[in-house]
Design a binder for this molecule. Sequence first.
Ligand code: ATP
Length: 323
Amino acid sequence: MFINGGRGGESRVLYRRRETMSEGLAREYEIGAEIGRGRFGVVRRCRSAETGEEFAVKSIEKRLLADELDRECAEREGKRHRQAAAGNPYVVQIHAAYEDGEWAHLVLDLLDAPDLCDRIAARGGTPFSEPEAAVMVGHLAEAVAECHRRGVAHRDVKPDNVLFDASGRLKLADFGSAECFVDADGDWVPMRGIVGTPMYVAPEVISGREYGEKVDVWSMGVVMYMILAGGVPPFYGETAAETFEAVARANLRFPPRIFRSVSPAAKDLIRRMLCKDVSRRFSAEQVLRHPWITSGGMSPVDEPRRDPSLSMERREGILSLCT
Ligand SMILES: Nc1ncnc2c1ncn2[C@@H]1O[C@H](COP(=O)(O)OP(=O)(O)OP(=O)(O)O)[C@@H](O)[C@H]1O
């Protein structure tokens, strides 16, 4: 089962939570039902008292940030998110931020359509067609390329953080791990720290060395692989440690029983994204220029592919690693 698979609290009853919310937030928004929870807080629906427009409010409980790195990331989330999002059509927009001693709140676009993790799971192991996949990967690469142009690395690209608006447009969310990789003079600054989610994290992050923004391209490569493989990830193990070992080995395979009808162009792009050698790995801009993306994923086989040799239990086991 997906950890983020369900969204509880569909009730539209709105109420105020003055006891914990910053006063400005409580004054300007009516806080509604819970949408979901992350490690450090909760996301709820909210409604502008002035316009009646609906948003999501992500509330981070500061006392849960025990680790120094988590605290730093949370403190910077609003700033990095603003830097990456303003006018970036494929990134969740941030509308307001509030803070008090106990909580930090970000008011965001409300995106309550199923996220990419849910969409992959809902297909029960049937991969997306290549044209469908190329649109999603192209939009995700647009989002990431624009973040990188602005000097922000997301550092936690994964299906759970790929949301969609009511019209189906992809929106990259959750800048809780984002970091700047350029300084005030525009010079490249390496990043450090093991940040991200084991199955999606790049080998250079695990190695403990300094790394750059191409960690996001690696994670996009994992997402693309999973979209075309019905949710099966390229590198995984039974435990986080085993997953890290598999990622560090970076032994990329395309099992014929899953990938037999995937086009050579799609596999070529995945190889260029999941390339352990960072200097040879594509940038997000290069992903956008790859023929598989520019041709809209046109491949000889457009029929949905199902792998009969992979049992549902096996798939669910693999898919549950999504987060
Ligand atoms: N703008 C939004 N609109 C609607 N739902 C959202 C929005 N942002 C996040 N969510 C949902 O709220 C839930 C929690 O999201 P959040 O970003 O806090 O944590 P997470 O990404 O699940 O975990 P982590 O704490 O590891 O980052 C998820 O189910 C997510 O899809």
